[in-house]
Design a protein around this ligand. Structure first.
Ligand SMILES: [Zn+2]
Length: 395
């Protein structure tokens, strides 16, 4: 996947946060109220759990050559290898015609001598390239655990490369890198990061681009802070004119520096205009309580804060938007800036603007500001009012 922001599929599934994720950000928000912490350093290495968007993963294809990192390292040559589970063990089977298999509870793979990465993929899907070390183990009897350990700096560059299309302006790339570094400030060694939009997309070495590496190099020792603490680095693809504060996630939650701001630059971007989708009323009724909910409260940007169902129950507009995306498909309302109504011909019409939840930095808006020669500090300060970059020690 090119991770191009104009790729509709990519944008539609982008930047939704599960309840678990919200809880972790709420926890982070509470942590921000704690006494100031000294800015120390990011870890030298991070661990990323791969193929989370495709979990549970039961089989992988590894293209040789690669090296098995055992007490006596062994290079396996060219060819198509498969990795799967069998009888409570992992089975790494070599190419035809010999088709020999190695059994183990755990495999460690690194690039072969002279190679920079290992080629890895799901069956019948494009292969991805990963540098660093790959650890394979069993998550359960039905799922593989795939962990990629790599230097933090490489990870930041590859995330920024995965999250932006080629041609993205330099100052916007720098702003994106600062946000990723800010997120990693809370990383605990040993944790496994997620490689999806739950956190940030990480698709491996194919997304290493020279301009991204240059951007990361120039802001490598910076994170974004407000009132002496790291910000919660939310961002989204396109806000369609106005971002929202963190209270959009419900529970009257507010975060410092996370207030809605006007954003002119994304109006001409994809999803700047309303997206209309109709579905049969029966399709809606099959997965939601009877009747369409009413919006009882909106934020200043126009996003629904609270909705009420005909049985009197209420939920946040954000929770309803997540449910629409998860049950009916993310194309129905790519942006949380959305509304819905019944039509005279027995359908439900969803109208949505922008893409994503609308909180924090607007990526298309940031790119537009960068093209107007605004600096990355300016861009970050636009979307996180009152925030400043701060230097930290880096590995
Ligand atoms: Zn915007």
């Amino acid at each position: 996947m090119s991770a191009n922001l104009v790729d509709a599929h990519f944008v539609m599934k982008k930047y939704f946060f599960t309840k678990k994720r919200i809880k972790s950000y709420l926890a982070l928000g509470l942590a921000l109220l704690m006494p100031s912490v000294a800015f120390s350093a990011l870890p030298a290495m991070v661990r990323v759990s791969l193929f989370q968007a495709h979990a549970p993963v039961q089989e992988l294809v590894v293209q040789g050559p690669f090296q098995l990192a055992t007490s006596t390292p062994r290079t396996l040559g060219k060819g198509r290898y498969t990795l799967r589970m069998a009888q409570h063990q992992l089975l790494l089977c070599g190419p035809e015609p010999s088709r020999y298999c190695l059994r183990s509870q755990r495999f460690l793979l690194i690039p072969a001598n002279g190679e920079k990465s290992v080629s890895l993929g799901l069956p019948n899907q494009p292969q991805r390239l990963y540098s660093g070390r790959l650890e394979f183990s069993m998550k359960s009897n039905h799922a593989l655990r795939i962990i990629n350990a790599l230097p933090t700096r490489d990870y930041v560059a590859l995330v920024v490369g995965s999250e932006t299309p080629s041609g993205w302006p330099m100052e916007a790339l720098k702003a994106q890198a600062v946000l990723t570094q800010t997120r990693l400030f809370r990383y605990q060694p040993g944790d496994a990061l997620d490689d999806t939009t739950q956190q940030e997309v990480y698709l491996g070495e194919r997304h290493r681009r020279p301009e991204v590496v240059q951007a990361v190099t120039s802001v490598w020792d910076e994170i974004l802070t407000i009132q002496g603490h790291p910000v919660t680095p939310f961002y989204h693809a396109s806000c369609a004119g106005h971002t929202s504060g963190a209270e959009i996630f419900g529970q009257h939650h507010r975060l410092p520096g996370m207030t809605g701001v006007p954003c002119a630059g994304c109006r001409l971007a994809p999803f700047g205009k309303p997206t209309l989708h109709r579905i049969p009323a029966k399709t809606y009724a099959d997965v939601f309580p009877p009747g369409l909910p009413k919006v009882t409260q909106r934020d200043q940007a126009g996003r629904p804060l609270l909705v009420q169902f005909s049985n009197g129950s209420t939920q946040s507009g954000y929770a309803f938007w997540l449910a629409v995306g998860q049950r009916l498909g993310w194309d129905k309302a790519p942006g949380l800036y959305f509304s819905w109504r019944s039509t005279t011909d027995g359908q439900i019409l969803f109208e949505s603007r922008g893409a994503g939840h609308g909180v924090g930095l607007c990526q298309y808006g940031a790119a537009a500001l960068a093209r107007q020669h605004r600096s990355y500090q300016d861009i970050l300060n636009t979307y996180f009012p009152g925030a400043k970059t701060a230097k930290i020690n880096m590995p």
